[in-house]
Write a protein that binds this ligand. Structure first.
Ligand SMILES: Cc1cc2nc3c(=O)[nH]c(=O)nc-3n(C[C@H](O)[C@H](O)[C@H](O)COP(=O)(O)OP(=O)(O)OC[C@H]3O[C@@H](n4cnc5c(N)ncnc54)[C@H](O)[C@@H]3O)c2cc1C
Ligand SMILES: Cc1cc2nc3c(=O)[nH]c(=O)nc-3n(C[C@H](O)[C@H](O)[C@H](O)COP(=O)(O)O)c2cc1C
Ligand code: SF4
Length: 660
């Protein structure tokens, strides 16, 4: 077996895991506002169990309603009336041979409903409510609430519970010296700071029995001055929790930038596995779980083989492809649809507050019926025009339904705008999506023709029953005087046909799966030039970063008050920092009125401004590419309809594919 260690069993507490893969808690917004789990919620977890993970951890749940409620749709574990629906959830997880856990959480001062509570009144987060400092009686009562939630979980058939002692939440607030300034038995020494965790463990044992398995997500590092360090107090805290009876520990992060626990695309694989490695090296006897940007089976296997961890948590990895375990352990790793780190799930959960979505897996969060691809009653001939994500997904679903599918792509390789999107620094993972489609479309027998532009004539020559137009977009070139000047180029000219900025991101196994060339560069890459990028949206910013990283002096001119607007906030702040670190100058509220041969003339709040350039890059966005009208039923998808992101393109392709 290729990933032999990944496939081996492991004992955790009183349980045996069938392999080393666990699904960590990922909130979904799929529960009802009443706190009851819905059919879509149950299916979401059952589907991950079906994919072959050994243990499924249900997202963080409310142990104390309404005081400890987070978000509008958190599942409630504070009342026995929720047990029947929860039992349906565990039955469906168990039916696939996986174990079911649930994460018990209390936000402490991170809560959003007043009054919030905390071990101490520390103004660590000025944007948060001032907490009431917990009395010892209240601490005892809260430990009991954790235990009652565990008892509800046990009655509902959960095999164990995970206690959330990371991410700056209540237990973490006790553990960290940054937020625990108590002078009683619950503060000061490491033993005292870990006393709340001990109390919770003891109460759970009292209510659920001593053999009921309890694990913890432990914040073994604070990315803040004076916080927990992994090698010192992180390790001691881990030993304390081991001694208290926790059966396994998730080596996770405590306080600090959200970026460190919800990593943007640029982060290398397994970058924080060293946290687990430190605990293992410190001689911990209970299993240690590594988490964070583990996307490829090679990487997971290596961590286990090196002894850096005993278990691998795959969060977004199993959102993007629940069948990752089955594929990895079944010799089909090349067909894994890897999470590219587009952060759409984070947008849905945290910013938009909608049901969870995934940029590469259109079925996520939509329930069982939508996720099921039924065979077509009558196989048809389907022609897809355009091999970007929208067309590729439409082709995949159509082929899954049993249709005969042919795809025209005018370029030498498939991938569409992803071929450009994966070029700037930190964007290499996007290319994984292209590798995935190449592997699965080949398996499904889709007839992919590259260097073949679809025209009405060539499409109709195939005699299709239905056509999907997925022709993407052209760069938008506004009618500005001088935009046709000799030093003006398009962002597509800069990014087009290039290899990504780094051949391999760090981490074993990461990088190109196919090693295939992306095409012929349109332009020699400028270096040492003074370049103005017109347009500060995602594409303009990333093109600017790419140029700056290649030794150019770059200025972005944007007419809106800010650049990179509309992006997921964690990724956006990462990008803005990168731009600043690379010395990119930004002019906002600056409307470009005309260009001379070597100068931008812009209107700004402070009057007219001239910005010199040796090269001007047009990055004002795109406009849908039109296609000729056809005499057969035709659907238009992706950027060919409206300029969007992966999520819209893949969702469109999936939806249209289902209807064929
Ligand atoms: C620099 C950059 C960075 C990006 N970063 C992100 C990101 O981080 N996250 C994210 O979610 N999205 C990102 N995107 C957007 C994402 O790539 C697009 O939303 C997505 O690729 C749109 O897919 P599509 O299939 O609709 O169109 P496209 O990807 O544009 O594909 C259209 C395809 O059709 C082909 N075609 C056109 N006409 C014909 C014809 N007549 N015959 C045959 N083939 C034809 C084209 O060659 C192309 O391959 C980025 C885009 C760019 C440019
Ligand atoms: C949308 C989203 C929701 C999450 N919800 C939770 C949660 O409820 N509880 C928790 O402890 N961690 C949560 N996490 C963190 C994940 O469990 C995991 O630690 C993190 O995503 C890194 O692992 P990954 O790269 O494999 O996704 C969430 C992450 C994401 C992306
Ligand atoms: S939405 Fe993007 S980041 Fe989230 S799981 Fe899917 S591919 Fe990964």
């Amino acid at each position: 077996m290729e990933f032999a260690t990944l496939a081996t069993r492991l004992r955790v507490g009183s349980l045996t895991l069938k392999n080393r893969i666990i699904f960590p808690p990922i909130s979904t917004n799929l529960a009802a506002v009443t706190g009851e789990v819905t059919d879509a919620f149950i299916y979401h977890y059952a589907r991950r169990a079906q994919g072959g993970a050994a243990l499924i951890t249900v997202e963080n749940v409310c142990i104390d309603y309404p005081a400890a409620m987070e978000g509008a749709t958190q599942p409630r574990f504070d009342d026995a009336s929720f047990v029947p629906a929860l039992s349906r959830l565990t039955e469906r997880i168990h039916a696939h041979g996986a174990l079911a856990f649930v994460e018990l959480t209390h936000p402490g001062f991170m809560g959003s409903r007043p009054p919030v509570v905390a071990p101490s009144d520390v103004p660590l987060r000025p944007d948060r409510l001032r907490p009431n400092v917990l009395t010892v009686a209240e601490i005892n009562a809260l430990a009991m609430k954790f235990a009652r939630a565990a008892a509800i979980a046990q009655r509902a058939g959960f095999d164990g519970v995970e206690v959330q002692a990371a991410h700056g939440l209540l237990i973490n607030q006790f553990l960290s010296p940054l937020t625990n300034k108590r002078t009683d038995d619950y503060g000061g020494s490491l033993e005292n700071r870990a006393r709340f965790a001990r109390l919770i463990r003891e109460r759970i044992a009292e209510l659920c029995g001593p053999t009921y398995t309890v694990t913890a997500r432990l914040g073994v590092i604070d990315y803040l001055e004076g916080g927990v360090r992994p090698e010192t107090d992180g390790l001691v805290l881990a030993r304390q929790l081991q001694e208290q009876g926790y059966a396994a520990l998730h080596a996770d992060v405590g306080f600090g930038d959200k970026e460190k626990r919800l990593e943007p695309m640029a982060y290398p694989q397994a970058w924080r596995a060293d946290l687990a490695r430190t605990l293992k090296a410190g001689g911990l006897r209970i299993p240690v779980i590594a988490v964070g940007v583990i996307r490829e089976p090679e990487v997971a296997e290596q961590l286990l083989a090196d002894g850096a961890a005993d278990l691998i948590a795959l969060g977004r990895t199993l959102i993007a492809d629940p069948d990752w375990p089955r594929k990895a352990l079944g010799g089909k790793a090349q067909t894994i649809r890897k999470c590219v780190g587009c952060s759409e799930c984070i947008v849905s959960r945290h910013a938009a507050g909608t049901a969870i979505r995934c940029g590469v897996n259109a079925a996520v969060g939509r329930g069982e019926e939508y996720a099921t691809i039924a065979p077509a009653s009558r196989p048809k001939k389907v022609v897809v025009v355009g091999g970007g994500p929208a067309g590729l997904e439409a082709a995949r679903i159509a082929a899954l339904k049993g249709h005969q599918v042919m795809l025209f792509e005018k370029e030498a390789t498939i991938g569409g705008a992803v071929r450009l999107g994966c070029v700037p620094p930190g964007k290499e993972k996007m290319r994984w999506l292209v590798d995935y489609y190449r592997a699965v479309l080949g398996e499904l027998g889709v007839d992919v023709r590259t260097s073949a532009a679809g025209t009405a004539a060539s499409v109709m020559a195939e005699n299709p029953d239905e056509v999907v137009v997925a022709t993407g977009s052209d760069p938008l070139v506004p009618p500005v005087e001088g935009i046709d000047g000799p030093r003006v180029v398009l962002y597509t000219d800069i990014l087009g046909g290039r290899a990504p900025s780094t051949e391999r991101a760090s981490g074993p196994g990461e990088g190109w799966a196919s090693g295939e060339d992306v095409g012929t560069p349109v332009l020699p890459l400028p270096t040492g030039e003074e370049i103005v990028v017109g347009g500060g949206g995602l594409v303009g910013c990333e093109t600017a970063l790419y140029l700056a990283a290649n030794g150019n002096s770059v200025t972005i001119v944007e007419m809106l008050p800010e650049i990179a607007m509309g992006m997921e906030p964690i990724t956006r702040s990462y990008l803005l920092r990168e731009l600043a670190d690379h010395g990119v100058t930004v002019h906002t509220n600056a409307k470009i009125e005309r260009l001379s041969e070597d100068r931008v003339f812009a209107a700004t709040e402070n009057g007219p401004r001239e910005i010199p350039f040796e090269r001007f890059v047009v990055a004002f966005g795109g406009q849908p590419r039109q296609f000729e009208k056809l005499p057969v039923p035709t659907a238009i998808v992706g950027d060919a309809v409206r300029i969007g992101r992966l999520v819209e393109a893949v969702r469109d392709g999936y939806a249209v594919g289902r209807k064929l």
